[in-house]
Design a protein around this ligand. Structure first.
Ligand code: SF4
Length: 231
């Protein structure tokens, strides 16, 4: 049974959420980023739920998903892992408080919190991948509503399959916004053969802070990205 866990947050990922494109990162801003990160992590009470279930005729417990991306990703798979994670209500309250008292900090905290929930998801994916590979099978990338051609309107299916509200305290508004906002649902397939992975994102690249492509609003591998590109 895996528990939600943080590792060190990737500063470049926070900068990416803030729209950083190689501007000077002053020591004052770096300090503000560290302070906001610390506050977000202190307020977080992360929760995680997941289940490993069979994939039968392209359906997960009788549920199929819109679009072509998920069926294509899952075509070689025999099982799936569904998971949901949240930073918890404390981070939501923290961000709401800063939205009315300090707009600049609120924007940075939003970026820190996005990075923090991504961190929880990455760590769970890594734990699950190690377990599946130890058993001689392979995980696909993970896919969430809003990625590729899977619309956000598919979120209620994930909520029902994961029993999100009862298990981790996340609810869904009629417009499919998750509350608390810093929550994620996703699916990964399990196959008997190695699965292709999308190229790593910029924040993991050594060029991130000075990249000429990013400064020009482009990517070095334009056209090579897969459908599942970001959270
Ligand atoms: S070199 Fe490519 S991967 Fe690296 S930061 Fe630039 S665009 Fe991103």
């Amino acid at each position: 049974m895996f528990e939600p866990r943080f590792t060190a947050l990737n500063m470049n990922e926070i900068l990416k959420y803030l729209g950083f494109r190689g501007q000077e990162l002053t020591e004052d801003i770096a300090k503000q980023l560290r302070r906001c990160t610390d506050e977000v992590l202190q307020a977080a009470t992360p929760r995680l739920t997941y289940r490993q279930v069979p994939l039968e005729d392209g359906a997960v417990l009788g549920v199929t998903f819109a679009g072509k991306d998920i069926p294509t990703m899952l075509a070689p798979c025999e099982e799936v892992v569904l998971f949901g994670a949240t930073l918890g209500p404390g981070v939501e309250r923290l961000m709401m408080r800063y939205e009315v008292t300090n707009a600049a900090d609120a924007v940075i905290m939003d970026a820190c919190a996005s990075t923090a929930i991504e961190n929880i998801c990455n760590n769970f994916e890594s734990d699950m991948r190690a377990e599946i590979e130890a058993g001689g099978r392979y995980l696909t990338d993970r896919f969430s509503p809003g990625y590729g051609d899977l619309p956000i309107s598919e979120q209620p299916k994930f909520f029902a399959l994961l029993d999100m509200t009862r298990r981790v305290g996340v609810s869904l508004t009629p417009t499919t916004i998750m509350v608390p906002r810093k929550s994620v649902t996703a699916i990964m397939g399990i196959a008997r053969t190695p699965q292709p992975h999308r190229p790593p994102d910029c924040e993991h690249c050594l060029m991130f802070r000075n990249c000429p492509f990013r400064k020009a609003g482009r990517r070095c591998r334009e056209g090579a990205k897969t459908a599942a590109s970001s959270t």
